[in-house]
Design a protein around this ligand. Sequence first.
Ligand code: GDP
Ligand code: MG
Length: 162
Amino acid sequence: MIPVIALVGRPNVGKSTLFNQLTRSRDALVADLPGLTRDRQYGIGRVGGFPYMVVDTGGLSGEDATMDAAMAQQTRQAIREADLVLLLVDARSGLTAQDQAIASDLRAEGVRALLVANKTDGLDIDSATAEFHALGLGAIAPIAAAHGRGVSQLMQRVHDAL
Ligand code: GDP
Ligand code: MG
């Protein structure tokens, strides 16, 4: 079976941007509007010659009252489907309560997860990512998905973890 890697995280952290980098497709909608990708998107990528399936999660209604429930639903579904979860966080905006809620879901499910800090372009990586260690998901992979930076190192870690 082809391994399945799910991209999860709160809106606007760069899941669809990373999806496009990993699959080299333009299928996922990338936009400045948080939550625009309404359904899960599936694509095929390759690392070290091995294929994998990548799943981009979105599915937010955009209504504040239902946002947390919709996100939890997407995250849970992605977790069920995935061999490995990449939890994306935004190094620019810092740690949020939504990041903590998703991380505790992942820990509760006992799912294998890698923590990915996106948007590190122009930042001091160590100081920008330090607070995310509180999520309890171990080593952090710093990337700048929009520029493709750190993505091959991240996928090497994915390869090692699978
Ligand atoms: P999603 O909601 O998690 O799917 O996030 P998107 O992929 O749609 O990206 C949200 C916004 O973050 C867009 O404006 C992207 O251009 C921007 N973005 C994504 N990756 C990076 C990055 O590496 N650096 C910076 N500065 N912005 C990024
Ligand atoms: Mg998206």
